[in-house]
Design a protein around this ligand. Structure first.
Ligand code: AMP
Length: 297
């Protein structure tokens, strides 16, 4: 029998718990999620569990990071199931506020210009931010709110959302939040598809086609590992793989500096990453892969 994780519904409740734990000398870890949990999320919880005395997981589908016409309404939600999984994974408290608890009772018009928001800066304007204007402003804002509510020592984020990890790392540093941001590796299905709550909205043919994101990333990374430094050659190879799946509509594929996210023309001494986004049916998927260092002779 697993102890049920406590569920806090308001920022004041979770802050009171966190203060109690901190006063008892515990390190508090926070894992922010939007729920519909899978092994990817649980790997973050386990990592937090191994490094912190107390683990808080937030489950909140944040309206301000979804644009008009995006999938806020159809985003999968299943708190009962999440609660079971989290209790098994050894989470101490779940912070599951409603929109009103987070944004206040007058929260129906979040775009009125009245509220305080956190601007993510240039890192939030490129790639996902370009295709989804305002997305990282919503992400940075809600993560700042979650940090304010849960007052963790450490917060855990997946490399699956690589740009998000960079935006949040920079925000925490530049706003002197005093929270250590910990990145965790991407967890994949056995066929390579990165786990994502949105995968549940893929039809069976789409689900199969979606593996092409990972296949193209692997093809690009292999070329780089074999010594190819020219980014246009790497991208051409990747496009060739993507063209094999007509159900998949690529949005961007780019080789970037892993810290600044600036597009690279050739691989060098700096650590690089390939970022990819594609639409499969009505579902938008993202993925990425680290590139091995290529030493210049
Ligand atoms: P989400 O619920 O999609 O907002 O994700 C919550 C956290 O889990 C984020 O830090 C994600 O990067 C992370 N995450 C989601 N999918 C995966 C995955 N397949 N592997 C590792 N981390 C993940």
């Amino acid at each position: 029998m697993v102890d049920e994780a406590l569920v806090a519904r308001t920022p004041d409740e979770i802050r009171a718990l966190s203060y109690e734990w901190r006063a008892a000398g515990k390190t508090v870890g926070l894992v922010p999620t939007m729920g519909a949990l899978h092994e990817g999320h649980l790997s973050l919880v386990r990592k937090a569990r191994s490094e912190c005395g107390k683990v808080i997981v937030s489950v909140f589908v944040n309206p301000t990071q979804f644009g008009a016409g995006e999938d806020f309404d159809t985003y999968p939600r299943n708190l009962e199931n999440d609660r079971e999984l989290l209790s098994e994974a050894g989470c101490d408290a779940i912070f599951a506020p409603g929109v009103a608890e987070m944004y206040g009772e007058g929260s129906t018009d979040l775009s009125s210009g009245e509220r305080t928001f956190v601007e993510a800066g240039r890192l939030g304007d490129v790639f996902e931010g370009k295709d989804r204007p305002g997305h990282f402003r919503g992400v940075a804002t809600v993560v700042a709110m979650l940090m304010g509510a849960a007052v963790p020592h450490r917060a855990y984020f997946g490399e699956k959302d690589f740009q998000q990890l960079k935006v949040i790392g920079r925000m925490a540093r530049e706003l002197h939040m005093g929270v250590e941001i910990v990145g965790c590796p991407t967890v994949r299905e056995s066929d390579g598809l990165a786990m994502s709550s949105r995968n549940a909205n893929l039809g069976s043919e789409e689900r199969e086609a979606a593996t092409v994101l990972h296949r193209s990333l692997e093809a690009g990374a292999k070329l780089a590992a074999d010594g190819e430094k020219d980014v246009s050659t790497i991208l051409r190879r990747m496009r060739g793989v993507l063209d094999g799946e007509p159900l998949v509509e690529p949005k961007y594929v780019a080789v970037v500096d892993a810290e600044t996210l600036e597009a690279l023309e050739s691989l060098g001494e700096r650590s690089a990453r390939i970022l990819i986004a594609a639409r499969v049916g009505s579902v938008r998927l993202i993925d990425n892969i680290a590139l091995p260092f290529v030493r210049s002779e």
